[in-house]
Design a protein around this ligand. Structure first.
Ligand code: NAD
Ligand code: TYD
Length: 371
């Protein structure tokens, strides 16, 4: 450990967590203690290159383990905590919400109690600067009609077991600020995309299915709308909220980038048609595939599927000076490129068949790029 500010990050081996831990370390201002239980959603490869880094410590453990969490506060005396660990996939929560209640509700409560005990023990000047930064989602606000946006004032109306568990966690964070004065901040962000996202979520699932010649399952008629933000822009907003935000405040985060699901899938297919044309992919060529769009299939809708999410990020723009830096087309191209170039990462969280397939069928791409 170096003599920088030490912070705890929970869920650092997940999608946003891995991008976030990198951002903190690269900023040069923080030592990071990453507490992660390594569930199915974690990929140890995401941060493998940080092993042994003087600013990075990994602790395998569960946020519901009160003794462990308390011992980490005691040992590392952190300047704050970024809480990202969660069960995060709506479809899984529809099948069984038990883990969502445990991690998202009980786990958040456990962290809050440990943080409160630690915070109470701090000298006044460290008490004033301590922050509990709770990373949440716009899904707690429910579903929008064709018009309007979610803001910090939007009433909670969670519709899925996932969003209900996140809403409960937000309420506990709010209550710990209101009742005990714990300097907590909540951020509610829209859908993220980018490298290191587990391929059960829409964008990586579509990319990896497409390049493997598998069907692209679009729920319902594909008219549902999500407001997509490149993951690094979200991470920068969370860091800014921790450093400059006001305790007790909420900041909603989004990139003003609404996309209908079907249009997004078309975009992914069109970029892939350009950068990895099926005609040049041996097996897809043999299948007679001309465009990745031919793989699209409309499938049974998700039960209770929220129609539209959209964020008005005016407050974080105005008060903290945040703005997204990565445009959607550029971010999507970057993401597609990342998945094409990291078959070993994909293999780690799947059967191991993707890597072989990519090496066998997309090797021509590497040769072309090397020229
Ligand atoms: P993820 O599912 O990719 O990663 C979650 C991480 O938390 C994993 O590394 C997992 O091992 C860890 N974890 C799960 N249960 C744990 C437990 N009990 N103890 C310790 N670690 C545990 O999730 P993500 O997409 O990176 O989301 C991170 C946070 O951001 C979540 O709180 C989520 O609600 C929120 N969020 C996500 C999005 C999005 O689009 N992905 C958007 C807005 C907000
Ligand atoms: P997802 O990535 O699961 O995020 P969330 O449900 O948290 O918004 O899904 C994004 C959108 O894509 C959502 O409207 C559901 C839809 N979707 C599909 O159409 N097909 C799929 O296979 C998946 C995983 C999602």
């Amino acid at each position: 450990m170096t003599n920088k500010q030490t912070v705890i990050v929970t869920g650092g081996c997940g999608f946003i967590g891995a991008n976030f831990v990198r951002l903190l370390i690269q900023s040069g201002a923080y030592n990071v203690v990453n507490l992660d239980a390594l569930t199915y959603a974690a990929n140890p490869l995401s941060l493998a290159d940080l092993e042994g880094h003087p600013q990075y410590t990994f602790v395998k453990g569960n946020i519901t383990d009160r003794a462990l969490v308390a011992s980490l506060f005691e040992k590392y005396q952190p300047a704050g905590i970024f809480h990202l660990a969660a069960e995060s996939h709506v479809d899984r929560s529809i099948v069984n919400a038990e883990d969502f209640v445990q991690t998202n509700v009980v786990g958040t409560y456990t962290l809050l109690e440990a943080a409160r005990a630690y915070w109470n023990s701090l000298p006044q000047e460290r008490k004033e600067t301590f922050r509990f930064l709770h990373v949440s989602t716009d899904e707690v606000f429910g579903s929008l009609g064709p018009d309007g946006w979610f803001t910090e004032e939007t009433p909670y109306a969670p519709n899925s077991p996932y969003s209900a568990s996140k809403a409960a966690s937000d309420h506990f964070v709010r209550a710990f600020h209101h009742t005990y004065g714990l300097p907590a901040i909540i951020t509610n962000c829209s859908n993220n995309y980018g490298p290191y996202q587990f391929p059960e979520k829409m964008i990586p699932l579509m990319i990896l299915n497409a390049i493997s010649g598998k069907p692209l399952p679009v729920y319902g008629d594909g008219s549902n709308v999500r407001d997509w933000l490149y993951v690094e822009d979200h991470c920068k907003a969370v860091k800014l909220a921790f450093e400059k935000g006001t305790p007790g405040e909420v900041y909603v985060i989004g990139g003003n980038n609404e996309q209908k699901n079907i249009n997004l899938v078309h975009k992914i297919c069109d970029i892939l048609d350009e950068v990895a044309p099926p005609a040049e992919v041996p097996q897809l060529h043999q299948q007679g595939l001309k465009s990745y769009r031919e793989l699209i299939r409309f499938v049974t809708d998700r039960p209770g599927h929220d129609k539209r999410y959209a964020i008005n990020p005016a407050k974080i723009r105005r008060e903290l000076g945040w703005q997204p830096e990565v445009g959607f087309e550029a971010g999507l191209r970057r993401t597609i490129d990342w998945y094409l170039h990291h078959p070993e990462w994909v293999d780690q969280v799947s059967s191991g068949a993707y890597g072989e397939w990519i090496k066998k069928n997309y090797a021509w791409r590497e040769a072309k790029e090397a020229k």
